[in-house]
Write a protein that binds this ligand. Structure first.
Ligand SMILES: [Zn+2]
Length: 147
C-alpha cells in the first residue's frame, strides 16, 4: 500500500517482469498483483526489484513502517521491495500459485501451476526464511492461520 504520489514510474513497476500484470485491491491484504494474461506453470514470472540493505537496517525499517515488503536474502542481508517493481506487492497465501526463489541477491518469482487471467498471484511467505508472526487471511482450505 502506497500513500501519496507514486514513487516509481509505470515502466519501473513493470521492470524485470515477463508477463502482463497489474495492481488491484485484494481480499487478502490491501493491494495485490493480478494477471492480465495466463501464465503457464513453472514459468519465471519475473524478478522482484528493490534495495539491498543490511539485516540491521531491515529490522529498523520494519519497526518504523506500517507495511514494508522485505525478502531476506541471507542472515545478514535483505531486499527492501517497498519502492521496487509490482512484484513487491505480492500477497501471501498458504495455498499460493507462485513461489519465490532466492539466488544470491536476486529474488525470482515462478508460477507453481498455470495461473489464469485475472487471478491474484500469491506466494507462501513461510517458504522464505525469517517469516514473521502475522495472522493470515488467505481464506484457502489449507490456511495455517499464522504466517
Ligand atoms: Zn493462510
Amino acid at each position: 500500500m502506497r500513500n501519496g504520489p507514486p514513487l516509481v514510474s509505470r515502466s519501473d513497476e513493470q521492470r524485470c517482469i515477463n508477463y502482463r500484470l497489474k495492481a488491484g485491491s485484494s481480499a487478502i491484504h490491501g493491494s495485490g498483483v493480478y494477471t492480465c494474461e495466463p501464465i503457464p506453470g513453472r514459468r519465471k514470472i519475473g524478478e522482484v526489484t528493490g534495495e539491498i540493505i543490511s539485516g540491521r537496517k531491515a529490522a529498523a525499517r520494519s519497526a518504523g513502517a506500517d507495511k514494508i515488503y522485505l525478502v531476506y536474502l541471507s542472515d545478514t542481508r535483505a531486499l527492501d521491495c517497498s519502492h521496487g517493481n509490482l512484484l513487491g506487492s505480492l500477497n501471501h497465501s498458504c495455498g499460493s500459485n507462485a513461489f519465490l526463489r532466492v539466488i544470491r541477491d536476486r529474488v525470482e518469482v515462478y508460477a507453481k501451476r498455470r495461473i489464469e487471467t485475472g487471478e491474484e498471484v500469491t506466494v507462501d511467505y513461510g517458504e522464505t526464511p525469517h517469516a514473521g508472526g502475522m495472522a493470515c487471511r488467505c481464506g484457502t482450505p489449507v490456511c495455517r492461520a499464522r504466517i
